[in-house]
Design a protein. Structure first.
Length: 504
């Protein structure tokens, strides 16, 4: 509460006592002297509007998005919750127009960098912003060997320590507590989001978890094995030049299932496409698939299984509409993050991924991190009980983290927590969106505004308006519907206008 409001409540007679007891707000530069738990402030400086450039930015494109930033106070910190921790974090404080709320951003991949673009978006929206490098530098797993505490930092501790410290800095600067705190991130950040709700239910009032890669080690191992399978013989490899052929064939079969052809499959669970219909009648050609390529396509769109025993290695699959992005997992070598995780968390840097043994190495991977990167605990009762809201979202065309990960987690949380989850949990599946963003779907929407309104009013969002934007121009708007509802065209008006759709 602000000092003036406190005095109004207590009466003028308390003025001297309040002034004596309450610390004065700290100027930006004086925050450099602020004492924080488990760390220290490295610097605090005022940044003029449009003057910020990310450290190590190499070109104009890397700095262009920051030119519209308002003036803010930039506080840099190092956090050391363990003797082997070196977590770098930053807190950005708007110099005017602060909305009295904090927004923390997570990380992608293997972390290793402060999420400056996300922090900039937060400040532009009026929030105090917080971000961290997760305790190491560089988007690789070099930090793991011999440093078990750093793996803890990467898994979840860096986000928690950053959040606690950011709240301290916010209060010191504004002489007021943040009235709300939100977390918003995708992919690895989606897993961070889930773990925050699981381990630290008091950190945030609202959490946005996009395309969350929970059960991370199983995902790493399964994706590496899948890559060896799709590259099992030269004839089995689907060249990238054929992804468009497959994608167009899938659209021809399924795009109109929702009643209109718009280049987007609204509900891929209703799309039943037989890749065998693309089998070449003779020799391999650019517009068809060999028999082995058909088997590869089937493997991409079904749960990942041990071909010998049939045991499920990972329950996730890639859905119809994701074909243009298959190269991320089914390219000539495994996805970089999965390969890094297997080499440096499970095995050794010189491990040959061709030697992966299923299902044994999958289970070995699951145990290698001692559960630190799991994030699959469905019991969010503590978070929900204190009024916390969890908004999940996932692109139906995600070719990296299967949409099934969100569908499975949504069901597990609902089954575990029961009726108390009805107004505390929402999932939005995004038609045509790839991994966190991109694709032909309406992939631009304000998740934090949606959860902020939910927290403030207590009314769970049933739809969120989203847009597809090309070169800065809005080409289409659609409602995203709270799962399991989907968007349905009313039958009149433009199919590019959200107002002509309803969720049902």
């Amino acid at each position: 509460m602000r000092i003036a409001a406190l005095i109004a409540l207590l009466g003028a007679a308390t003025l001297d006592a309040v002034n004596a007891a309450a610390p004065a707000s700290m100027t930006c530069e004086s925050l450099a002297e602020k004492k924080v738990t488990n760390g220290r402030v490295l610097s605090a400086e005022s940044v003029q509007a449009g003057a910020f450039a990310p450290p190590n930015a190499t070109n104009a494109n890397a700095t262009a998005g920051f030119k519209t930033l308002p003036a803010f106070c930039r506080v840099t910190l190092t956090l050391t919750p363990s003797s082997d921790s070196d977590i770098r974090a930053e807190v950005w404080l708007p110099q005017s127009g602060w909305n009295h709320k904090l927004q923390a951003s997570g990380n992608g991949g293997l972390g290793g960098a402060i999420p400056y673009p996300a922090m900039a978006a937060s400040v532009k929206a009026g929030y105090a912003a917080a971000g961290t490098d997760t305790g190491h530098v560089g988007g690789n797993a070099d930090f793991v060997a011999g440093h078990p505490e750093k793996l803890v930092d990467f898994a979840y501790r860096a986000i928690h320590e950053m959040t606690v410290t950011a709240k301290t800095i916010v209060t010191a600067h504004y002489d007021a507590y943040a009235t709300r705190a939100y977390f918003n991130s995708c992919s690895t950040g989606g897993r961070q989001a889930l773990i925050e709700a699981q381990r630290y239910p008091d950190d945030f009032d609202g959490i946005v978890a996009g395309d969350p890669s929970w059960d991370q080690m199983r995902l790493y191992a399964a994706r590496v094995w899948l890559n060896t399978y799709v590259n099992r013989t030269p004839a089995a490899v689907i060249p990238a030049s054929k992804y468009g052929v497959i994608h167009n064939a899938v659209l021809d079969k399924c795009d109109g299932v929702d009643g209109m052809k718009d280049g987007v499959i609204e509900d891929p669970t209703k799309c039943f496409f037989e890749f065998a219909t693309l089998t070449c009648s003779g020799e391999d050609r650019a517009d068809c698939l060999t028999k082995e390529q058909v088997e590869t396509a089937n493997a991409m769109t079904r749960p990942i299984r041990d071909p010998k025993s049939g045991a499920v290695l990972h329950p996730g699959r890639y859905y119809p509409g994701s074909e243009l992005g298959w190269g991320g997992v089914a390219g000539s070598s495994p996805s970089g993050e999965s390969h890094e995780g297997m080499r440096k968390i499970v095995f050794t840097p010189d491990w040959d991924y061709h030697a992966i043994n299923v299902p044994d190495d999958v289970e070995r991977a699951v145990k290698a991190d001692n559960g630190l990167l799991y994030g699959g605990d469905p019991d969010l009762s503590r978070f929900f009980k204190r009024g916390g809201k969890l908004l999940m979202y996932h692109g139906w065309a995600d070719p990296l983290v299967s949409p099934d990960t969100s569908l499975i987690m949504f069901k597990r949380i609902t089954d575990t927590v029961g009726s108390s989850a009805s107004n505390s949990l929402a999932l939005f599946m995004v038609p045509g969106m790839g991994h966190c963003q991109g694709g032909p779907g309406t992939d631009v929407f304000d998740k934090v505004a949606a959860i902020d309104q939910w927290v403030e009013t207590g009314k769970k969002p049933q739809s969120i308006e989203a847009a597809h934007i090309t070169a800065g121009v809005v080409e289409r708007t659609r409602p995203l519907c709270a799962y399991p509802a989907t968007a349905h065209y009313n039958g009149t008006g433009s199919t590019d206008d959200a107002k002509n759709f309803r969720c049902q």
